[in-house]
Design a protein around this ligand. Structure first.
Ligand code: ADP
Length: 460
């Protein structure tokens, strides 16, 4: 079975002739499709925002991924419903075009589908809903432009840093740039102007012991992803220690074990040890004593970068993901330096604008336009819900505040900072990213609404 498009761009489903079929037509087809799309959106809804939940995904061969990145969750969900696949594609398109906002776009599409379901039940034809949504999306996208701001002051600085970073990893012979080699790290507290380019890798950690040297030139680094300590007797083992001698023997054995580990590092010429895990104070003391400086609890991402920089071949997908996202945001700001404020503030402002515009449309479309405004509210509502706030109360309070002060920057105070003003909180998103979310979500929902015939094998 496959999804295809006719010469007018209308979607239809191709089925092998000999397959047994069940067939859904008209409103039943639309309703079935809408619930498939909504089911996917429901899964992602709880992952939206700074307080969003992580999901654990286990592949058939047992690999486990923990993430709250919308595109990654959907990528690994292995859905086999055609409409659910469209939602996966939706998130992927947002990722491809913008590199950010992959959860939000699906939440928005889910809300549009939910509203469409209600309109269908009231007897409004799907094509009229699709047209109303199209008009509303244009109003919202235009409104976003209107409330956006430029981040001019840092444009040049950021542009220069980006060019230098790309040039420093560019392979001029092959005329290629591996963006995985550039890491963009954010630090809370500073100003945008503080952004700087560091040739190398930053690991924000101290040496494991304050007396270890802080500067090591031409270091030879041992990267340890295994625990750097003697194996500890845990619940699985039974050790009988009934005399002081036995205790001391065990202690000496442990010490010798660790001493051997240290020696092995020294034998291969390491002058610095970077560990993914910790080690206890005794081990730390021994390292100090044996003159082997170490850094412990270094995150997987940094460890990977060090491994790449020092010629090791390992690669972790999450590293690539975070670099990709960060670079995309930087790139988007270079492409277009306009931003809108986040925390659902832009959606609330668009919702107010779309709602106001609905009255001007005399046709049935005005119902769809109003429904679109309601769907926009679902993003701030999800953010509030995920942060443990009352969604409806919080939304209505923020919305009336926006209208009263005529200020589009009020959003959901997810982190309980004490202000709703996202401008004060420095929570912003790129204008093109937000516009793309609205456009893509609308397109996919229009497409789903236009499918009125679903033929599937009966055992499907
Ligand atoms: P996506 O994959 O769609 O980017 P995220 O889980 O990153 O999803 O959530 C993004 C949403 O969370 C946006 O609406 C953004 O404005 C909002 N957001 C991010 N940080 C904050 C914050 N500190 N306070 C309020 N909202 C925030």
């Amino acid at each position: 079975m496959a999804l295809a498009f006719d010469e007018y761009g209308r979607p239809f489903i191709i089925l092998k002739e000999q397959d047994q079929k069940t067939r859904l037509r008209g409103i039943d087809a639309q309703k079935a499709n809408i619930s498939a799309g909504k089911a996917v959106a429901r899964i992602l809804r709880t992952s939206l925002g700074p307080k969003g939940m992580d999901k654990i995904l286990q592949s058939p061969d047992g690999d486990v991924t923990i993430t709250n990145d919308g595109a990654t969750i959907l990528e690994q969900m292995d859905v086999d419903n055609q409409i659910a696949k469209l939602m996966v594609e939706l998130s992927r398109s947002q990722d491809y075009e913008i590199g950010d906002g992959t959860t939000g776009v699906v939440v928005m599409a889910g809300a549009l589908l939910e509203q469409a379901e209600r309109l269908l039940e009231r007897g409004i034809h799907p094509i009229r809903i699709a047209e109303g949504y199209e008009m509303a999306s244009r109003i919202a996208v235009e409104h976003l432009e209107h409330i956006s701001q430029n981040v001019n002051r840092c444009k040049r600085h950021l542009a220069e840093i980006s060019v230098k970073a790309v040039l420093s990893v560019a392979d001029l012979e092959r005329k290629d740039v591996n963006l995985d080699m550039i890491k963009v790290e954010g630090k809370v507290g500073g100003k945008l102007e503080d952004t700087e380019l560091i040739y190398g890798i930053t690991v924000d950690k101290d040496m494991s012991h304050p007396q270890m040297p802080k500067q090591i030139e031409d270091a030879k680094i041992a990267i340890l992803t295994c625990p750097f300590e003697p194996p500890k007797p845990k619940t699985k083992h039974k050790v009988d220690i009934d005399t002081v001698e036995k205790f001391q023997t065990l202690r000496l054995q442990e010490q010798k074990y660790f001493d051997d580990m240290v020696q092995k590092c020294k034998d291969v010429g390491a002058t610095l040890v970077i560990c993914q895990w910790g080690f206890d104070d005794e081990a730390n003391h021994l390292l100090m004593h044996r003159n082997l400086p170490a850094v412990r609890w270094v995150g997987g991402v940094e460890l990977e970068l060090i491994a790449i920089a020092t010629g090791n071949k390992m690669m972790i997908e999450e590293t690539k993901r975070s670099i990709h996202d960060a670079l995309c945001v930087a790139r988007n700001l270079i492409r277009n330096n306009s931003i809108v404020y986040g925390g659902g503030s832009a959606e609330i402002s668009c919702s107010i604008a779309v709602e106001a515009a609905a009255d001007k449309y005399p046709g049935v479309e005005q119902y769809a336009i109003r429904a679109f405004a309601d769907a926009l509210d679902s993003v701030p509502m999800a953010l509030a819900e995920n942060s443990g706030l009352q969604p409806i109360e919080t939304l209505s309070a923020v919305k009336s505040q926006q209208i009263k002060d005529n200020n589009p920057h009020y959003g959901i105070d997810c982190n309980d900072v004490g202000t709703n003003d996202m401008r004060e909180q420095d929570v912003f998103e790129t204008l093109i990213g937000k516009q793309q979310q609205i456009l893509l979500a609308t397109q996919v929902v229009k497409m789903i609404l236009k499918i009125d015939d679903v033929i599937s094998p009966s055992d499907y």
